[in-house]
Design a protein. Sequence first.
Length: 125
Amino acid sequence: MLEHRGSGVAPWNVEGHPIAVDGGRVLVDGAPLVFFHFHGLKRIAPRLYESGLAGYRVPMNRTLRDAVYEPYLRELHEIEDRLDRDVPHHGARWGSVRSPRQPYLALAKGLLRRTLVVAERRSAR
């Protein structure tokens, strides 16, 4: 059983653990965030995601979005971009939608619940 406050943070328990940023580090209850369980995160469009927080009745706040979800999604997209460049026709995609109506339903629900996250591309280096 892990007892470190910064490990095992997830949609089902994040509301009880304040998240802050200090000196570029993400803190949970004042301790460094070790890992976050992105349970329920779903891609509903190429760079738009449903966070999965709504299933636990947890609102998305600015710190959680900016310091936890967006960096994670940027990293995933960088990996996909490298795969696209280095391994043509790899076909690897995660969290894609399965029916034509699903993205619209997820978008409407996410807008109403305020639980959407947009993954932005980093500027070219």
